[in-house]
Every structure is written in C-alpha cells, then in structure tokens.
Ligand binder design. Structure first.
Ligand SMILES: Nc1ncnc2c1ncn2[C@@H]1O[C@H](COP(=O)(O)OP(=O)(O)OP(=O)(O)O)[C@@H](O)[C@H]1O
Length: 616
C-alpha cells in the first residue's frame, strides 16, 4: 500500500463529479488528426513556380502552414505548462487537449484488482473525498511514438464516449517528470467473468435481461459514435454494487469511418483464453479450432455466403462438410425468444446479424419476465476475473498433484463440472503447495463452462482435448501444416515467434519480461521493456509489423488448412479429425517455448548493450 508520487499536477474536486479540469469549450478529440498532427509538409516546388496565381496561393498556404505550426507550438507550450509530460503531448496532444493531469498524491493506491495484457488495475482511494476509484496503469513504451499512439487511441475513444453503461474516463494521473500514466475510473466491484464463474451465483431470467439490456445500451451508444469495441468479453463487462453495468477496456477499440471501414484488422478479439492465445503462436491451430467450435454451435455458413463474401482469405475457412447449428439444442433451457435473439446476434451472415439497437427491440425484452431494475440486483461480495483465475490455478495445481500421487503421471483429466472447482476459501489450504513450474497458464472461468476443454497441466495441455476429440466422428476436417523438423530451423523464426507470442496476450511471458526490467507496480515506472510493447503495437495497430509475421498468409489454401510459410520445413498433412499427434505437439510447443525464451534473453542482452553504449 502506498501513495503514488509525482510532482506537478492539479488536485481533485467534488466527489462524484468528473475530477478532470476542463478548459472552456474543450473540443471533441479529432481522431483523424492523431497520426498526422506532426507531419508538416513543406512543398518546395511552390517557391519555384512561375505561375503567379499559384505562387500567391503557395504563399497563402505557406503562411497558413506557419501559423498552424506556431499555433501548434502554443498548444504544446500550454500543455507543458499544465504539467503534461512532453513524450505524451508531442506525439498525441489530442489526448490531453483541454485537460490537466491529476496529482498522483491525490490518490492512495491500494491492492491490485485486475491484471490485463496491457495494464494492471489498482483500487485506490481519492484522498480528498475518500471515494474508491480504479487506477489503470497502462503498459506502453514512452520512448516509442507508435506505442504512445496506441495507448492514446484508447484514451481518445474513451473521451469520445459518454454513457451510463460505458466506463467513463475521469482523468489521467501523470506528471511532467513521469514516464507512465494511470487512467482514472469509477471503482466497479465486479466483472461478469468473476460473477459468472462463481458457482454460488445463479442469475434469474429478469436479472440476465437487466444485464443484457445495459450491455446493449452501452454498445448501442458506442456504435452511434462510430466506435467498435472488438473485445467484448465477460472480464471487460464491469458491474457495481448498485447493479449498474458498464463496458470497459477500450484498448482494442477503433473508430469506423468511411475511409477505414474495409481496412480494420481481423487480429483482434480475445479468443478463448490465455492458453489458447499462447498456443495460437504455434501453427495457428487455435484459430481453426475456435472456428470449428463456432461452426458446430452456429452451423457453417451456406454456399451463398462463400460465393458472396468479400473477406480476404475467407474461403480458407470453408469447412469440408456442412455443420448444422446446435445452438437451440445447447440452449434448450433458455426461453425461445432468448435463443432467437442469440441466433440473430451470432448469425454467420453479416446481413442477417442483429445490431445492438435491433436486439434492444427484440421480443426477448418485450416479453415477461421483464428486465428487473438494476437497484434490485443482489449485492455480491467483490469478485473479479482475477479471483476466478486464482481459483482455476489452484484447482489445476490440486488436480495435477492428485494425478501425480495416483501415479498417472502427465495424463490429463477434466473436472466433471466447473461447479466442483474450489471456491476461494478452499484455496487457502493450498498455500503451501509445491509450486510446479509447468502449471503456469491461466484459464478463463467460463472456459470450462462453455467450451468444456480439459484441465491443462502443462504448456501443451490443450492438445489433450484434441486427442479426446478423435473419438467424435463429427470433427472431421483436413488440415495441413508445416512441422518444424529441427531446432535450428525453428531458431530462424524464434524472434518472430517470441514477438508473436508476446503480442497474443501471453501474460506468462509478459510477466517475466517485466520482472527482468525491474518493473514495480507500486511505483511509477519510468521505462518499460519495448519487446512486449512492440508486439502490442503490432496487435493494437492492426498491422503485424511489430510481430514479424504475416498472418494474412497463414490460411492460403482451403479447406481448413494451415499453411505456415515461415516454418519452411517438413510438410505434413493430416486428414480426419482436427487433431495433431499430441506427442509431436508437445515437442513443438516445448521447443517453441524455449526459443521464445532465448529470443527474449537475446533481446534484453542486446538492449542492455545498447543502453551501455549510449551511456558511454
Ligand atoms: N473501473 C474498474 N473497477 C474495478 N475493476 C476494474 C476496473 N477496470 C478494470 N478492472 C479490472 O481489471 C481487469 C483488467 O482491466 P482491463 O480489461 O481494462 O485491462 P486490459 O489490460 O485491457 O485487459 P485485457 O487483457 O482484457 O485486454 C478487468 O477484467 C477488471 O476485473
């Protein structure tokens, strides 16, 4: 527990009111100018022109460029005077336009309540009012303009949104001397991931409708502002003790404009858990697996879809046989109107897919039982995704120990139901449990409930599921992949693998990198390693330049084939169920992991050398 310290900042005002100090007529952030702000074009051909009219025009243009430049300098001077760090306003001055930084001393930082890929979230007390708040420390590299721009995008989008069901950005804590920033939000006691993974909590139909309605109201607002969230998942849906739901984490959000609507990346949205995201860096199996699951739930798109689609590489994802939707069967306990709504929202064909607005007008919300009032929702003890993960980890450790004790070795076993997972009290018994290095991946609570994969006990654990699936005749598809045959061949791509792995929500690896750099979340950290940030840039940016891999090349051939051109070694085709031989996969995963580690070590070693040289 400790106070964040910084020197230059203003202090907070009334409780409940936005603590941000707005200047008069604070303009709306202009997204289009974010990347162009500092590009001042001087057209040298203008002065050489013999055309008088053109020359006069050029002079006018020159004058306006100069006055634009000086206006810009004024803005920067103002922002510096307000106490903003220069690395921030010189790259993305729109972010702080009309605001002044909040004093770090104005908050007492309490415990960590959330750990995302791009941030750590802390509960804090506003010293003046005693109000609880959440401070999100965003990970980025203040030495890298691209990294700053991506962090800035989240802020700009948050500033653009103003709705009771959207997390409101109340201010930014930083200072002229600081190299990190904290985003200030209202404190929310729960996230839906934590709540729904608690076996003791069962929502009634009207409570579900209440949450759904609030979620859709929030999303409708985003869409009306041209904002698409692109990472809607239970842990990003926050709920407070008054029953109010707010959509959070706009780190992957973007603004759709007429210009960019066909250019946005498909490399967003969290797949089905961190483990999957880590494994995704290896042969891309998990994308395909997830798609396979989706087909099995929602049915595969009809022939007309594949003929009409303009999505690049779409036909690569075409399954070899038709899947009938099983959604109705799987959701037979839900009311018909609810399943119909789900069907519309999950429709594979975009023109059939419902919008947030159409969902709000659907029969589901117009029939009894109606959505309850948020204030009537029960008050639950604080429960976050982090708590659920902690329970999962403990459960896996326990399962692993049991298996060892029974001499089963590395065989994997799936718990019968998530409800049987230990709740937090139980886990205290496990405090003295041996810390098994192989049990490192964390899994989302809902993962067990819905996707029903096995407990994983090692880096390759996910493939047990693939092995299990061999028994099911409906999992048939063909997949081709290039299997690396030797360590040396893989090492050529190790950096790419490392970057890719970091870019794909690999908390496990991110954490170790941060430790290497001596990052301490209790202090304002001045620098952060750029490796993780680089990949983050790639991922958030929507291009994969930072990762060194071109995913657009990944699924060149059809149907459901993986063609990894960066693994230029032995081609292997598998026909039949969508599986790999687990032993081979184990090997590949282990090799990849060690390559990733090597690449990271090498990177830090080289970076350290560079720093030394610079200092000399
Ligand atoms: N305002 C808040 N109040 C309380 N808890 C919060 C708040 N904002 C975030 N959290 C907690 O912190 C977690 C991580 O926050 P967030 O999703 O914003 O970070 P992230 O780094 O973008 O995560 P991700 O890896 O999902 O992209 C959330 O799942 C939630 O449990």
């Amino acid at each position: 527990m400790g106070c964040i310290s910084s020197k230059n900042a203003s202090c907070l005002t009334d409780q409940g009111a936005s603590p941000v100090h707005h200047r008069e007529n604070s303009p709306e952030p202009d997204f289009s100018s974010l990347n162009q702000q500092h590009r001042v074009f001087v057209d040298h051909s203008l002065g050489a022109s013999h055309n008088n009219r053109r020359s006069r025009k050029s002079k006018r243009l020159g004058v306006s460029l100069l006055s634009g430049l000086s206006a810009h300098r004024n803005v920067e001077a103002e922002q510096a005077a307000a106490g903003w760090p220069s690395w921030l306003f010189s790259v993305a001055s729109e972010v702080v336009e009309g605001w002044v930084p909040l004093k770090a001393e104005a908050f007492q930082k309490l415990e960590k309540i959330g750990q995302g890929t791009y941030s750590s979230v802390f509960r804090a007390r506003e010293v003046e009012t005693g109000r609880m708040v959440a401070l999100k420390k965003v990970k980025f590299d203040s030495l890298q303009p691209e990294s700053i721009r991506f962090m800035a995008r989240e802020i700009l989008i948050l500033r653009k949104l103003n709705h009771p069901n959207i997390m409101k950005l109340e201010g930014i804590v930083t200072s002229r001397a600081s190299r990190s920033i904290y985003l200030l939000f209202e404190y929310m006691e729960h996230d839906l991931s934590g709540l729904s993974s608690n076996p003791d909590i069962r929502f009634t139909e009207s409570q579900i409708k209440c949450y759904m309605q609030q979620l859709l109201w929030g999303l409708e607002h985003c869409h009306m502002q041209g904002v698409i969230h692109r990472d809607i998942k239970a842990s990003n849906i926050l709920v407070n003790n008054k029953g109010v739901l707010k959509v959070g984490d706009f780190g992957l959000a973007n603004v759709v404009t007429a210009k960019n609507k066909h250019q946005l990346t498909s490399r967003v949205v969290t797949l089905w858990g961190l483990l999957a995201m880590e494994c995704q860096s290896i042969c891309g199996v998990w994308d395909i697996e997830q798609l396979h699951k989706i087909y099995k739930l929602c049915g595969s798109p009809p022939d007309s879809f594949w003929r009409k689609t303009w999505l690049p590489h779409a036909t690569s994802f075409r399954p070899q046989h038709t899947y009938e939707a099983t959604l109705r069967e799987r959701c037979r306990e839900l009311p018909t109107s609810g399943v119909s709504l789900l069907e519309t929202l999950l429709s594979m064909e975009p023109y059939k897919r419902g919008t947030a607005s159409s969902a709000l007008n659907s029969e589901y919300f117009l029939t009894t039982p109606y959505a309850c009032d948020p204030s009537s929702l029960p008050k639950y003890p604080p429960n976050k995704e982090m708590d659920a993960k902690y329970r999962d980890d403990m459960c896996r450790k326990r399962a692993n120990l049991k298996l060892r004790d029974s001499g089963v070795g590395r065989k994997h076993k799936r718990p019968n139901s998530y409800a049987k997972l230990p709740i937090r009290q139980d886990t205290f018994e496990d405090k003295n449990m041996r810390n098994d290095a192989s049990i490192t991946s964390t899994t989302h609570g809902n993962y067990y409930k819905f996707s029903d994969p096995p407990v994983t006990t090692g880096p390759a654990g996910g493939f047990v599921w693939a092995v299990k699936r061999r028994k099911h005749p409906d999992n048939i598809s063909t997949l081709t992949y290039y299997q690396p045959s030797s360590r040396s061949q893989l090492s050529e791509t190790s950096v790419a693998f490392a970057k890719n792995a970091f870019g794909l929500n690999s908390n496990l690896h991110n954490d170790s990198v941060w430790e290497v750099q001596g990052d301490n979340d209790d202090q304002i950290v001045d620098d952060v390693p750029s490796e993780g940030k680089l990949s983050r840039i790639g991922e958030r940016q929507g291009s994969l330049n930072g990762c060194g891999l071109d995913f657009s090349q990944r699924y060149k051939d059809s149907p459901v084939k993986i063609n990894l051109e960066h693994l230029q070694s032995g081609k292997q085709s598998i026909s039949g169920p969508l599986i790999f031989k687990s032993s081979k996969i184990d090997e590949i995963l282990q090799r990849n992991e060690s390559n990733i580690r090597q690449a990271v070590r090498k990177f830090h070693f080289q970076r350290g050398k560079k720093i030394l040289i610079t200092q000399e």
